[in-house]
Design a protein around this ligand. Structure first.
Ligand code: HEC
Ligand code: HEC
Ligand code: HEC
Ligand code: HEC
Ligand code: HEC
Ligand code: HEC
Ligand code: HEC
Ligand code: HEC
Ligand code: HEC
Ligand code: HEC
Ligand code: HEC
Length: 413
C-alpha cells in the first residue's frame, strides 16, 4: 500500500516536470530541466515509468548525467547544444545519430576524415567517434593530466578497440604506467591522434620508411646512426623491403628491454631470421652460413644452450652484435679484409684481454672449413669423420662377432 502511494506521488512529480517542459519550450535551453529527469538513478527511473518506457538497470545507469564539472572545457555549453532534439519529450528516435561535436569542431572532423578512423561512407559516423577518445560529458583540455587523452589514460581508450595489450608489458608501457614517465611513447606518440593512418599508407608515421623518424623524435641519435648503417641506408636509398627497421629488432608494441640477458641470448635469432634465409640472402649475394657457423662455434653453442635452458642468466659469450655492432652495422664486403682484421681484434679484446693478432686465427670466422679455406681444420675434420665412425663401427662388429661366436659355442656343447 505504502509503496504504491509513493509511486503515484512520484508519478505526479514527473508529470509536472513533463508538463512544464512541454508548456514552455524555452526551458529546454536550461540544463536544469534535463537534469530533473537525468540527474540521478531515481529520477531516470521515475521519468521512464511516467513516460511508460522500460529500461534495463544498465541503461538506466547510462542515462544519469552529471552537470558539467569545473575544469572541463564545455562548462558554457548547454545540453541542448549537443542534443538539440532533446527538448521534445518523449524524445524522438535517433537523437544520437548526428555527431554533435561537428557543429563546433569542424576541423577535427576533417582531420579524422582523412585518417584510418574515417567514416567508410564519407559522413561523420567515424570508426572511432570523438567521444571514444575524449569522453562525452567530461571533456578536458588535452594538456590536462586528467584528460582522457593524457598519456596514461589514452592507452585504455585505444585498447578498448585494438588488441595491442603487448604494449602494456613493453618498455614504453611500463614506463608510462608504472614509472609515471609521460615522456615515454604512448599509442599517440607513434600513431598520432587525429591523423592516424594504416602502416601500409606511405604517409603513415609507422610506414616502414618513416618508423626510424617516429622513434627518432625521442631516440634521435640512435635513429641517425641506424640510417647510416648498411640496413638503414638500404631502406633510405631504395625502400629495400628486406632490411630491418627499428621494430624488426625491437617489436613495435611489446618492446623488450634490450639490456637484459634474455634479449642478448635471443639476439642471434633476430639476425638469423634474415641472415639464415637463403632466398632473401641470395638477392644480396650474402652467405647464409653466418648463422649456422655461429651456432656451431664456441660462442654460439654455449649461447644457444643457455637460451634454451636458462634464458635469464647473464652470459659473456660473443653474439652477432659484439662483432658487427647493432645500430651501426657495416658492410664487411665494403670495409675490406685489412680493416676487418684491425677492428676485429679490438672487438675480441673486449672479452679476451691480451689477445694478439695470432689469436684471430683460432677462429674460422663464418667459413665452413673447406680444402681451400682453413684446409688443415678441414682435413682434421674429415679425418675424424672417417676415423671415429670407422673405429666405433669396427668395435661394434667385433662385439657382434664375439657374441655370435660364444652362442654357437654354447649351443654346440
Ligand atoms: C521527463 C523526463 C526527461 C526530460 C525532461 C529529459 N529527458 Fe532525456 N530521456 C528521458 C528518458 C526516459 C530517456 C530514455 C528514453 C528511451 O530509452 O526510450 C531519455 C533519453 C535521453 C537521451 C538518450 C537518447 C538515445 O537515443 O539513446 C538523451 C541524449 C537525452 N535523453 C538527453 C536529454 C536532454 C539533453 C534533455 C534536456 C534538453 C533531456 N534529455 C530531458 C527522459 C527525459
Ligand atoms: C559537448 C556535447 C555534449 C553536451 C554538452 C552534452 N552531451 Fe549528452 N551526449 C553527448 C554525446 C557525444 C553522447 C553519446 C555518448 C555515447 O554514445 O557514449 C551523449 C549521450 C548522452 C546521453 C545518453 C547516454 C548514453 O550513453 O546513451 C544522455 C542521457 C545525455 N547525453 C544527456 C545529456 C545531458 C542531460 C546534458 C547536459 C547536462 C548533456 N548530455 C550534455 C554529447 C554531449
Ligand atoms: C583516436 C582518438 C581520437 C579521436 C577519435 C578524436 N580525437 Fe581529438 N584528440 C585526440 C588526441 C590524442 C589529441 C591530442 C593532440 C594530439 O596529440 O594529436 C586530440 C586533440 C583534440 C583537440 C585539441 C587539439 C586540436 O586539434 O585542436 C580537439 C578540439 C579535439 N581533439 C576534438 C576532437 C573531435 C571533435 C573529434 C571527433 C571529430 C575528435 N577529437 C576525435 C584523440 C582523438
Ligand atoms: C557548441 C560548441 C561545441 C560543441 C558542440 C563541442 N565543443 Fe568542444 N569545445 C568548444 C569550445 C568553445 C572549447 C574551448 C576552446 C578553447 O578553450 O580553446 C572546446 C574545447 C574542446 C576540447 C579541448 C581542446 C584543447 O585545446 O585542449 C576538446 C578536446 C573538445 N572541445 C572536444 C569536443 C568533443 C569531443 C565534442 C563532442 C562530444 C565537442 N568538443 C563539442 C565548443 C564545442
Ligand atoms: C571505438 C573504437 C576505436 C578506438 C577508440 C580507436 N580505434 Fe583505431 N580503429 C578502429 C577501427 C574500427 C579501425 C578500422 C578497422 C581496422 O583496420 O582495424 C581502426 C583503425 C586503426 C588503425 C589502422 C589499422 C590498419 O591496419 O588499417 C590504427 C593504426 C589505429 N586504429 C590506431 C588507433 C589508436 C592509436 C587509437 C587511440 C588513440 C585508436 N586507434 C582508437 C577503432 C578504434
Ligand atoms: C613505439 C611506437 C609504437 C607505440 C607506442 C604503439 N605503436 Fe602501434 N604500431 C607501431 C608500428 C611501428 C606499427 C607498424 C608495424 C608493425 O606492426 O610492426 C604499428 C601498428 C599498429 C596497428 C596496425 C597494424 C596491426 O597490427 O594491425 C595498430 C592498430 C596499432 N599499432 C595500435 C596501437 C595501439 C592501440 C597502441 C597503444 C596501446 C600502439 N599501437 C602503440 C608503433 C607503435
Ligand atoms: C615519445 C618518445 C618516444 C618514442 C616516440 C619512442 N620511444 Fe623508446 N623510449 C622512450 C623513453 C622515455 C624510454 C625510456 C623508458 C625507461 O627507461 O623506462 C624509451 C625506451 C626504449 C627502449 C629501451 C631502452 C633501454 O635502454 O632500456 C627501446 C629499445 C626503445 N625505447 C625503442 C623504441 C622504438 C623502436 C621506437 C619506435 C618504434 C621508440 N622507442 C619510440 C621514449 C620514446
Ligand atoms: C639490427 C637490429 C636493430 C635495429 C634495426 C635497431 N636496433 Fe636498437 N638495439 C639493437 C640491439 C641488439 C640493442 C642492444 C644492445 C645492448 O645494449 O646490448 C639495441 C639497443 C637499443 C636501445 C637501447 C640503448 C642502446 O643504444 O643500447 C634503444 C633505445 C634502441 N636500440 C632503439 C632503436 C631505434 C629507435 C631503432 C631504429 C632507429 C633501432 N633501435 C634499430 C638492435 C637493433
Ligand atoms: C629483417 C631482416 C634482417 C635482419 C633482422 C638483420 N639483417 Fe643484416 N641485412 C639484411 C639485408 C637484406 C642485408 C643486405 C643489405 C644490402 O646489401 O643492401 C643485410 C646486410 C647485413 C650486413 C652486411 C653484409 C655485407 O657485407 O654487405 C651485415 C654485417 C649484417 N646485415 C648483420 C646483421 C646483424 C648483426 C643483425 C642482427 C643484429 C642483422 N644483420 C639483422 C637483413 C637483415
Ligand atoms: C666473433 C665475431 C663474429 C660474430 C660473433 C659474428 N660475426 Fe659475422 N662476420 C664476422 C667477420 C670477421 C666477418 C667478415 C669475414 C668473414 O666473412 O668471415 C663477418 C661476416 C658476416 C657477414 C657477411 C657475409 C658475406 O657473405 O659476406 C654477415 C652477413 C654476418 N657476418 C652476419 C653475422 C650474423 C647474423 C651473426 C650472428 C648469427 C654473426 N655475423 C656473428 C665476425 C663475426
Ligand atoms: C662478448 C665477449 C666475447 C667476445 C667479443 C669474443 N669472445 Fe671469444 N669467447 C668468449 C667466451 C665467454 C668464451 C668461452 C671461454 C671459456 O669457455 O673458457 C670464448 C671462447 C673463445 C674461443 C675458444 C678458446 C678459448 O679461449 O676458450 C676462441 C678461439 C674465441 N673465443 C675467439 C674469439 C675471437 C677470435 C673473437 C673476436 C673475433 C672473440 N672470441 C670475441 C667471449 C667473447
Amino acid at each position: 500500500m505504502e509503496s504504491k502511494r509513493v509511486n503515484s506521488i512520484l508519478h505526479c512529480l514527473a508529470g509536472v516536470a513533463l508538463a512544464a517542459l512541454m508548456s514552455s519550450p524555452a526551458l529546454a535551453a536550461d540544463d536544469s530541466a534535463c537534469l530533473e529527469c537525468h540527474g540521478s538513478l531515481q529520477q531516470v527511473a521515475d521519468a521512464a515509468s511516467a513516460l511508460e518506457v522500460k529500461l534495463t538497470p544498465e541503461r538506466t545507469a547510462l542515462l544519469v548525467v552529471k552537470p558539467p564539472q569545473p575544469g572541463t572545457v564545455h562548462t558554457g555549453i548547454a545540453c541542448a547544444d549537443c542534443h538539440p532534439k532533446a527538448s521534445e519529450v518523449p524524445h524522438p528516435a535517433g537523437m544520437l545519430q548526428d555527431n554533435p561535436c561537428a557543429t563546433c569542431h569542424d576541423d577535427a572532423v576533417k582531420q579524422l576524415d582523412r585518417s584510418a578512423h574515417r567514416d567508410p561512407a564519407g559522413g561523420s559516423h567515424l570508426r572511432a567517434e570523438c567521444w571514444a577518445c575524449h569522453g562525452a560529458h567530461d571533456v578536458r583540455a588535452v594538456k590536462d593530466p586528467q584528460s582522457d587523452v593524457a598519456p596514461v589514460h589514452v592507452i585504455g581508450r585505444c585498447l578498448a578497440c585494438h588488441n595491442k595489450k603487448a604494449y602494456l608489458v613493453g618498455v614504453h608501457g611500463q614506463a608510462v604506467q608504472l614509472a609515471g614517465l609521460d615522456v615515454a611513447a604512448t599509442c599517440v606518440s607513434c600513431h598520432g591522434g587525429h591523423d592516424i593512418l594504416a602502416p601500409s599508407e606511405a604517409g603513415s608515421r609507422v610506414a616502414r620508411r618513416n618508423i626510424s623518424f617516429t622513434c627518432g623524435k625521442c631516440h634521435g641519435r640512435v635513429a641517425e646512426t641506424y640510417r647510416k648503417s648498411v640496413h638503414g641506408a638500404a631502406l633510405m636509398a631504395d625502400d629495400n623491403p628486406d632490411v630491418p627497421t627499428c621494430v624488426d629488432c625491437h617489436e613495435a608494441h611489446g618492446t623488450p628491454d634490450p639490456t637484459t640477458p634474455r634479449f642478448r641470448l635471443a639476439s642471434p635469432q633476430i639476425c638469423g631470421r634474415c641472415h639464415g634465409d637463403r632466398k632473401m640472402m641470395a638477392k644480396y649475394g650474402l652467405s647464409t652460413n653466418v648463422y649456422k657457423t655461429y651456432v656451431a662455434d664456441f660462442h654460439g653453442t654455449t649461447a644457444e644452450l643457455f637460451r634454451a635452458t636458462s634464458p635469464d642468466q647473464p652470459l659473456n659469450q660473443a653474439v652477432c652484435y659484439d662483432c658487427h655492432g647493432y645500430h651501426d652495422v657495416e658492410s664487411v664486403r665494403k670495409v675490406g679484409q685489412a680493416q676487418i682484421d684491425k677492428r676485429l681484434l679490438v672487438r675480441c679484446q673486449v672479452c679476451h684481454k691480451g689477445a694478439t693478432a695470432s689469436f684471430l686465427s683460432a677462429w674460422t670466422g663464418h667459413y665452413i672449413p673447406s680444402p681451400t679455406k682453413y684446409a688443415p681444420i678441414y682435413w682434421v675434420r674429415v679425418f675424424y669423420r672417417l676415423v671415429i665412425p670407422g673405429t666405433v663401427g669396427f668395435f661394434l662388429l667385433y662385439i657382434a662377432v664375439d657374441v655370435w661366436g660364444r652362442r654357437r659355442h654354447r649351443r654346440s656343447l
